[in-house]
Design a binder for this molecule. Structure first.
Ligand SMILES: Nc1ncnc2c1ncn2[C@@H]1O[C@H](COP(=O)(O)OP(=O)(O)OP(=O)(O)O)[C@@H](O)[C@H]1O
Ligand SMILES: [Mg+2]
Length: 332
């Protein structure tokens, strides 16, 4: 049996967007992604969670190289994507495909379903006949009846359109799929169907998934590992079960406490959800970016970025309170 390795690695990625004011003058900058590192194992799923604006989509765009980072590396099977160009970059790009939140805007309303799926193959020089044959195969793989192939997107439901978007991602035979809020716009029951489909496809086509969502229940369901982001920084990451059972970072705990559990009869009334306003990403707090909303913040939290501390195998937390000298202060 082949031992599965790391397929994708982000190393200290950083992205700041300049903010333009009147007459195009730069009036500040948003620190959207700051020193973010993670690795994705072959045929596994990493879930990326955090509140709106914490940098999830920016991270996805950096991985896809749709935007260039200010700093950092993106390694695909050990090769830095950021150093590639021409045909080498093209071939890596095919290996990483994306599925977006809104299937209404991400598929072309003027093309039939089959041509939506076949389109990127034509762009890559595949003949129309061969491309349609492949497109048919992937439409079947995502569970759309053959009769849908010649329809236009307007006659499909949101869930069906998302299946088309997934087929379109699959047709280039990627090794990684980045799903950015891919089920967020769907009804709960349709969400479950699409999540199950993604799980099945992952096994069938030996895929690795980067699954981005603000919905912690959904992420728990689908992920092997989880990374929690807050204002552009990673606060906690590790094996999904461990993080959900024993969240260590005060933000992860607050986030989990804010979520109604899917388990019947589990009350969230005694939990303290996250409080306070999200600070402006143009002017994030010094030191730990969560400290202004953290019930356990101490003076030192303002002075330095908290180092990443391995709490136990497979679980890392960026919180000064876990340094051995202050460990006893943490309310566990
Ligand atoms: N092109 C851009 N120019 C300026 N600021 C940007 C740009 N893209 C993103 N941002 C800012 O960067 C920060 C991170 O945005 P991002 O879209 O990555 O967050 P997100 O976690 O995906 O949020 P959501 O859950 O709402 O999708 C936000 O403050 C956002 O306003
Ligand atoms: Mg987003």
């Amino acid at each position: 049996m082949r031992i599965l390795g790391v397929i994708l690695e982000a190393v200290e990625l950083k992205k700041t967007f300049p903010i333009k004011g009147w007459l195009g003058k730069t009036k500040g900058a948003v620190s959207a992604v700051h020193d973010v590192s993670f690795s994705l194992k072959e045929q596994s799923t990493i879930g990326i969670v955090g509140e709106s604006g914490c940098g999830k989509s920016t991270l996805a765009r950096l991985i896809m190289r749709l935007i260039e980072p200010d700093q950092g590396k993106v390694l695909f099977r050990g090769k830095d994507i950021l150093t590639l160009s021409g045909s080498e970059l093209q071939s890596v790009r095919k290996k990483i495909q994306m599925v977006f939140q809104n299937p209404y805007s991400s598929i072309n309303p003027k093309l039939t379903i089959i041509d939506n799926v076949a389109f990127s193959l034509w762009e890559n020089g595949v003949s129309k006949q061969e491309a349609r044959k492949k497109a048919n195969y992937y439409l079947e793989a995502v569970g759309l009846p053959r009769s849908y192939a010649t329809r236009y997107p307007s006659s499909l439901s949101g869930g069906q359109r998302q299946r088309v978007a997934i087929a379109r991602a699959l047709v280039l035979e990627p090794e990684i799929i980045i799903a950015d809020e891919a089920v967020s716009a769907l009804d709960k029951s349709v969400q479950a169907q699409v999540l199950n489909l993604l799980q099945e496809l992952k096994t069938e086509f030996s895929l690795s998934l980067v699954f981005i969502s603000h919905d912690l229940n959904v992420v728990e369901y689908i992920s092997d590992e989880v990374m929690v982001m807050y204002l552009g920084k990673v606060v906690e990451k590790g094996i999904a079960n461990q993080i959900y059972e024993t969240p260590n970072h005060p933000y992860t705990r607050a986030l989990l406490n804010s979520v109604p559990s899917m388990e019947v009869g589990v009350s969230t009334l005694n939990n303290s959800p996250i409080t306070g306003e999200l600070p402006s990403p143009m002017n994030p707090p010094s030191g730990c970016r969560f400290r202004t909303r953290c019930p356990h913040a101490i003076e030192q939290c303002a002075n330095m970025y908290p180092p990443e501390i391995e709490i136990r195998t497979g679980q890392k937390v960026s919180c000064i309170l876990y340094e051995s000298s202050s460990r006893e202060k943490v309310l566990l």
